[in-house]
Design a protein around this ligand. Sequence first.
Ligand code: SAM
Length: 326
Amino acid sequence: MSSLVDSFSRRIDYMRISVTDRCDLRCIYCASRFEAYSHDDILRYEEIYRVVQSAASLGVTKIRLTGGEPLVRLYLSNLVRMLAGVPGIEEISMTTNGTLLARYAEELKSAGLKRVNVSLDSLKPGRFFEITGGNKLADVLAGIAASNRVGLQPVKINMVVLKGINEDEIIDFARKTLTDGWHVRYIEHMPFENSTSQGNGLVSTAEIMTRIEEKLGKLVPHKPEAGNGPARYYKLPGANGTLGFIGAVTECFCAGCNRFRLTADGKLRPCLLDDDEIDIKEPLRRGATTEELAQLIQSAASLKRAQHHLNEGDIPAGRSMRQIGG
Ligand code: SAM
């Protein structure tokens, strides 16, 4: 098997696949100004399967399903089962808002899904509604419980810290690592030009860590067992759960990047924060071979830039997070 290496000698073995741009929530910082894609615009499961076969032939071993909200796409477990059967694919995980997880956790697990990340920005029902436009906090909490019950673990809870909106809940989330064994990750809010809101500015990872240490004690560095991505992990003394910090803006971790993306409408996107994309849908639909698809994936990898330039004001102008697949 050959391996996928970019122009900066980074080995790419991780593919994030957006299965839809639709979502049942409208998070203020994520919702897009664009119309949703039509049924025909988005890749069919068989087409995603073919891209994954080609990617696996190049050494991709890990897949993460995302969106939009992946669970609003019908029969998602069928896709999970198909991808779990691709030789070389070792792990399939999913990023979800959790609203439909309680319904699907068990069938996703038996289809071959290994674990889930659940996005949750508030533990207060009223604020959850203000941020997401949905009255669904109880459903998300039920989804987290169901995922733990069926073993989609570790369940990671991703909180985007929004200045002036939910930053007063940083400590409440950290306490959950003590009281409920949650694995919480704090994500810096990234600016996207075509999101409906740019937010009020940044609460940096350094600031989040200081606030936690001031209230709850020294953070002890921790090495997680699974899914060791861009986050830095810590534990509070006595906690079963962990705290992860993703300084997407203030701490550039691009040097260790091992991933690329497939958007719901069939574009290979080498980097979340760069608008460069390569179309793979048209070649797929005109019958490209597995080798031709692999060549396109190679070209996408070679387009990867050394690093993002968010700090110099170079903000992705093309699509919002919901359209790219977060
Ligand atoms: N619907 C799924 C969910 O909610 O997890 C998957 C897609 S969503 C785009 C994936 C993740 O991107 C969520 O955790 C969301 O909070 C995060 N996200 C969206 N826009 C963001 C932004 N501007 N900065 C940082 N994270 C963002």
